[in-house]
Design a binder for this molecule. Structure first.
Ligand code: FES
Length: 276
């Protein structure tokens, strides 16, 4: 059980929760994620550790209400409890002093990006951040990213702030004009695949953090499998961060499309049966 200490709306439908979880906070590292269940009937939802504070014994998670359980989670209030919080899960993100690192986030990808970027900055790297979203009000955690970055660029689909278009536009401009030692891209799979293509043009190393479907989070169910460097890997125990140049994005997108159609069918049935 973990009590909600604080809750803040970051954008329409996106909430940030600070949870009292001293045992998890004591072990949390950049790269880790959790599997949470808010009630007996709730689904198990994988959520990244968006921040942690060992002294206060707290962890921060960010949840976007997209399905029944995540919408229910977003209705919880300070003082309410999460029934289960399992973690920290996943591998620790490798933090090294590389030089200049371009951190690229798409949508909710800022939440998993932030702890890694913060640790990379603390290790002495110069951070250039690119944050993309559909429109201005969906840009989240901009103050936190600005505090640890030498430069922050924005990209919105409608041009309401920054570059009009995808994050790959400013990414290509930066890679064309300055020496970059590594790119870290986190967001929707097509955005990460497109960022890898740009990094390939400039022969720049790139890391990605994959948001594959997860069920047990312990390497047992196979739900999160992905092909990396020709080998089958499990995002939950081998990742979720991988060398972007080695990821089979086409296979990952195919699996996502398959699960999405199953989800839509389940949602449709749920509505027909009187659910939300
Ligand atoms: S979530 Fe089941 S194997 Fe990774």
């Amino acid at each position: 059980m973990a009590k909600i200490l604080d809750k803040q709306e970051l954008a329409p439908n996106i909430q940030r929760f600070v949870l009292d979880a001293p045992q998890i906070a004591a072990k949390a590292q950049p790269g880790h994620f959790l599997i949470v269940r808010h009630s007996e009937q709730g689904e198990r939802i994988p959520l990244t550790v968006a921040d942690f504070n060992r002294e206060a014994g707290t962890i921060t998670i960010v949840c976007q209400g997209v399905g029944k359980s995540t919408k229910e989670i977003n209705r919880l209030q300070p003082g309410d409890d999460f029934l289960d919080v399992l973690g920290p899960l996943g591998t620790v993100y490798p933090i090294k002093k590389l030089g200049t690192v371009v951190c690229v986030a798409g949508g909710l990808g800022v939440a998993p990006l932030y702890p890694k970027a913060k640790a990379l900055a603390a290790a002495g790297n110069r951070i250039i951040t690119i944050i993309g979203a559909q429109r201005k009000e969906l840009l989240i955690m901009t103050e936190e990213m600005e505090a640890i970055s030498a430069r922050v660029l924005y990209a919105t689909d409608d041009g309401s702030v920054g570059y009009k278009g995808f994050v790959t536009g400013p990414l290509r401009e930066i890679l064309a004009t300055e020496k970059v030692d590594e790119v870290l891209a986190i967001g929707p799979v097509p955005m990460m695949a497109a960022s890898v293509q740009v990094a390939k043009e400039f022969k720049t190393p790139i890391m990605v953090s994959l948001n594959a479907l997860m069920i047990d989070g312990t390497g047992m169910c196979g739900g999160c499998r992905v092909t990396v460097g020709g080998e089958t890997k499990f995002c939950c125990v081998d990742g979720p961060a991988f060398n972007g140049h080695q990821v089979d994005f086409e296979g990952l997108l195919k699996r996502q499309r398959f699960y999405r159609s199953m989800e839509e069918e389940a949602e449709h049935r749920c509505r027909l049966e009187g659910g939300e």
